[in-house]
Write a protein that binds this ligand. Structure first.
Ligand code: NAP
Length: 244
């Protein structure tokens, strides 16, 4: 713990892209200590143990982003253990449209927004006091190109036929949320950016995506480690900027 220089929290890091972001940050950036957020404590502990075995500086942190008491408890834990937070990666996400057969459109939208949007907003607000104690705060919102209004407004746009309206709306709203933080903390030098991992084989899509988690994590790692001259308020993927 003595050589820790940056404290990073990744939500939904017990598996998938979040787990891989934790792995890449901890293995490539000396001094970065990763708090692997997990809504279920045992899943977080298991994930953290796997990376600790590789000698990486990580630990599990229980945080259910759909539960304010869980978020608050996580913020208190980070405050008492570290006193500040340098990087917050809002990665936790769900996609319910196609798979769950929920009873109503309202239920699908409410549950999706509870995690993807309200979860990211509530987590960010809870950790702002700790991010304000960082000398170089970085926020990454793991969004999706399915949240791009420009792509869907174009009849020939990318992924136009993917029928996941609740998920699309939640990610479009997340992009706006991220921009509000980019604007709010621009003069303080915070770098607040949005990452599209691309269609990636994970549990979220029953491993139908063609991409790998290794590739999907790279952009988030880049944005989490931006220098003072880095951009803020961007929406991008590893190939470059995305249209809003
Ligand atoms: N995979 C893709 O093709 C793709 C493309 C674009 C964007 N994304 C985005 O990338 C992010 C990561 O997705 P993924 O593909 O890695 O999916 P994943 O493998 O299903 O992982 C999702 C993670 O979010 C966690 N999570 C779900 N609800 C939560 C809650 N209430 N509180 C805290 N954590 C919660 C999950 O925890 P549990 O294990 O406990 O469920 C899991 O750790 C998401 O925001 C997703 O929208 C993915």
């Amino acid at each position: 713990m003595a050589s820790i220089s940056k404290i990073v929290l990744i939500t939904g890091a017990n598996k998938g892209i979040g787990f891989e972001i934790a792995k890449q940050l901890a293995s490539q950036y000396k001094g970065y200590h990763i708090l692997m957020g997990s809504r279920v404590a045992a899943r977080g502990e298991e994930a953290a143990e796997a990376l600790k075995k590789e000698g990486l500086s990580v630990e599990a942190l229980t945080i259910d982003v759909a539960d304010d008491r869980s978020i608050e408890a996580a913020a208190q834990t980070v405050k008492s253990k570290f006193g500040h937070l340098d990087v917050l990666i809002n990665n936790a996400g769900i996609s319910l449209d196609s798979f769950t057969g929920q009873p109503s459109t309202r239920a699908i939208f409410e549950q999706t927004f509870a995690v993807n949007l309200f979860g990211a907003a509530s987590t960010t607000e809870a950790f702002i006091p700790l991010l304000e104690k960082s000398t170089a705060a970085r926020l990454v919102f793991v969004s999706s190109d399915l949240g791009s209004l420009s792509f869907l407004a174009d009849p020939e746009g990318r992924h136009n036929s993917v029928p996941v309206p609740a998920y699309r709306c939640s990610k479009a709203a997340m992009n706006m949320l991220a921009l509000t933080y980019a604007q709010r903390f621009r003069t303080q030098g915070w770098k607040v950016n949005i990452h599209n991992p691309g269609y990636t084989a994970t549990d979220l899509n029953r491993h139908t995506g063609p991409g790998t988690v290794e590739d999907a994590a790279k952009g988030a790692v880049r944005l989490a480690t931006l220098g003072e001259d880095g951009d803020t308020g961007t929406y991008s993927e590893k190939e470059g900027p995305l249209p809003w």
